[in-house]
Design a protein around this ligand. Structure first.
Ligand SMILES: [Zn+2]
Ligand SMILES: [Zn+2]
Length: 344
């Protein structure tokens, strides 16, 4: 079968490799679509701290089950599926207490272990989830980043219902955090960016208040939209220390600020504000099984719009062009999806 491997900075190699055999507890998936994630883009530029060459990328992938190992009962041949790309140890304290997304020995399939950029891919059956009917394979790849959004929302508050939410940064993850909050029952959601394209997209996805912070004052906009008490919870999805510091200056005292963005370097943060204004700065990483279930529910009940986020599609054999396209369209690209064709 065909497989695309990242062998160096912006270097992709298309290889012919043996089609994997599913183990007793695995299913073999005929891969249909692979989403390109921010972390993949870092890897392709050689800037991902926890990834090294060579690696087969792809952790947001969907496809059809074509073979199952002898012990598999949860899925069957013909099922349309997505998987949760987490390999965990099952033994560390976090794993033993249900926080396996922060397992001490966590490996992400497609980051530290072989990903799905190939015609077929074998996955542990207990990581598989059925795609809702009517959700296409390309849209389905967005279930994974949507689950990131769901988990972030749950890290932000026990109950999002009726809450006023501020999301900083309208990239794919910011958009999906905002859509998760909205879909899970938030009262009103504001999202900020400096890209009109991304803000228009947020609007088209049903986010109440897109705000271009290069043109408007965030504090004023918050007061106008949310009243004098401002937002109840903030999600930082921009990896921009100035934006974070602004939030630490203007957000209501005592609230939770969830750090969703992946910061490439050290941020200079006004810690005196965190202390004096009694903020809770909370991290969030990936997702749990329940978050996948919720993300699939949101997609199935059309509480989120995933298709809008797909900016462009390429064939797997055009992987290099796809990454070049992303580099060339930094301010007007959201999700790029690789379709996998199967010569019969
Ligand atoms: Zn991802
Ligand atoms: Zn563990």
């Amino acid at each position: 079968m065909k497989q695309v491997e990242l062998t160096g900075i912006k270097q992709f190699e298309e290889k012919e490799v043996e089609r994997p055999k599913p183990a007793a507890d695995q299913a073999l998936i005929k891969v249909e679509a692979v989403g390109i994630c921010g972390s993949d883009i870092h890897a392709v530029h050689g800037k991902h701290p926890f990834m090294s060459f060579p690696i087969v990328l792809g952790h947001e992938a969907t496809g059809e089950v074509v073979e199952t190992g002898k012990d598999v009962t949860s899925v069957a041949v013909g099922d349309r599926v997505i998987y949760r790309p987490q390999k965990i140890c099952g033994e560390c304290l976090q794993c033993r207490t249900g926080h396996y997304n922060i397992c001490d020995r966590l490996e992400v399939l497609g980051c530290q272990d072989t990903g799905a950029s190939s015609e077929y891919y074998a996955v542990d059956a207990d990581l598989l989830y059925r795609l809702p009917d009517g959700l296409g394979y390309a849209e389905g790849t967005l279930i994974e980043p949507l689950a990131v959004g769901v988990h972030a929302v749950r890290r932000g508050c026990a109950e999002i219902s009726g809450k006023k939410v501020l999301v900083i940064g309208a990239g794919t993850i910011g958009n999906l955090v905002a859509q998760s909050a909205k879909g899970m029952g938030a009262g009103a959601v504001m999202i900020t960016d400096v890209s009109e394209y991304k803000l228009d997209m947020a609007k088209a996805c049903g986010i109440d208040y897109p705000v271009n912070v290069s043109k408007k004052d965030l504090k004023d906009e918050m007061t106008k939209a949310f009243g004098p008490d401002g937002a109840d919870v903030v999600f930082e999805c921009s990896a921009n220390e100035h934006a974070l510091n602004e939030v630490l200056n203007i957000a209501r005292k005592g609230i939770t600020i969830v750090i969703v963005a992946v910061y490439g370097g050290k941020a200079s943060v006004e810690m005196a504000n965190v202390q004096d204004r009694e903020y809770s700065l909370v991290g969030t990483l990936m997702y749990l099984h329940e978050d996948y279930v919720e993300a699939i529910r949101l997609a199935e009940e059309k509480k989120v719009n995933l298709e809008k986020l797909i900016s462009k599609r390429f064939d797997l054999t055009e992987t290099a062009q796809a990454y070049q396209y992303i580099d060339d369209h930094k301010n007007d690209v959201q999700k790029v999806v690789l379709n996998v064709s199967h010569p019969s």
